[in-house]
Structure formats: structure tokens, C-alpha cells
Design a protein around this ligand. Structure first.
Ligand SMILES: [Zn+2]
Ligand SMILES: [Zn+2]
Length: 121
């Protein structure tokens, strides 16, 4: 018997997978300051148009394209952020301070500037 009824368990499964992927990518992209909203839209959009394989393609594309680098813990809100940021992407507070000598950025708890050697007092 030929049927045009939507395969609901499969459809719901692909939506759940898309939402889980979107949630995971959103959290990771926010830490890396990498357009979290665009990736969430891409996950949901491909799930609705292409299906499961569209979502998987977006997840793979994200891991190929996302900025790599060490993640640090924000001293203010305990959220994670990628090393190159000067402000926490979660709470907006500074996670680095400016050296008074060379005006380069260094860690909030650094005692000596790693760029010019000036001692912070
Ligand atoms: Zn923070
Ligand atoms: Zn310096």
C-alpha cells in the first residue's frame, strides 16, 4: 500500500537530533565567539528541509570551520572562553588586563607582562 503520510517517528527523531546538535553547537560557538545564532538556524533549517543528513553536514562543517584553541574558565561566571578573547562571551566582563607599559593584553592574574616584562603593581 502506497502512503503519503509523514513518517512521524523519523520526523520527530530528526527534529530532536537537530535541537540537540543546535544546543551543543550554540554552547561551543559561544565559548569560541563564533556566530552561535547562525549555526543554530542552520541546524534547524537543514533538519526541516534536508533531514538528518543535513543536520549531520552542518555539525561536520561546524567542527571543520570553528576556531580551534585552548578554552579557559572565566573567573567571574565560570563560563568557558577561547584564549584570544579579552572579554568573557557569557558575562561580558574582562578576562584580561592591559599592560601599562606596552598596552598589550595579559591574564588578569599575571604579575609580569609577558610581552615587555613590566611588573604589574
Ligand atoms: Zn564570564
Ligand atoms: Zn607590557
Amino acid at each position: 500500500m502506497k502512503s503519503t503520510v509523514i513518517n512521524y517517528p523519523f520526523f520527530i527523531g530528526s527534529i530532536v537530533l537537530a535541537l540537540l546538535s543546535a544546543w551543543f553547537i550554540y554552547r561551543d560557538a559561544k565559548c569560541r565567539d563564533y556566530n552561535p545564532a547562525i549555526w543554530v538556524v542552520a541546524c534547524i533549517f537543514t533538519a526541516l528541509t534536508v533531514g538528518v543528513f543535513g543536520t549531520l553536514a552542518v555539525v561536520i562543517a561546524y567542527f571543520l570551520l570553528c576556531p580551534r584553541g585552548k578554552l579557559f574558565i572565566c573567573p567571574h561566571c565560570s563560563g568557558k572562553y577561547i584564549y584570544k578573547l579579552a572579554f568573557c562571551p557569557h558575562c561580558g566582563k574582562p578576562v584580561k588586563k592591559e599592560c601599562l607599559g606596552c598596552h598589550d593584553l595579559m591574564g588578569l592574574d599575571a604579575k609580569i607582562c609577558p610581552h615587555c616584562g613590566l611588573r604589574d603593581i
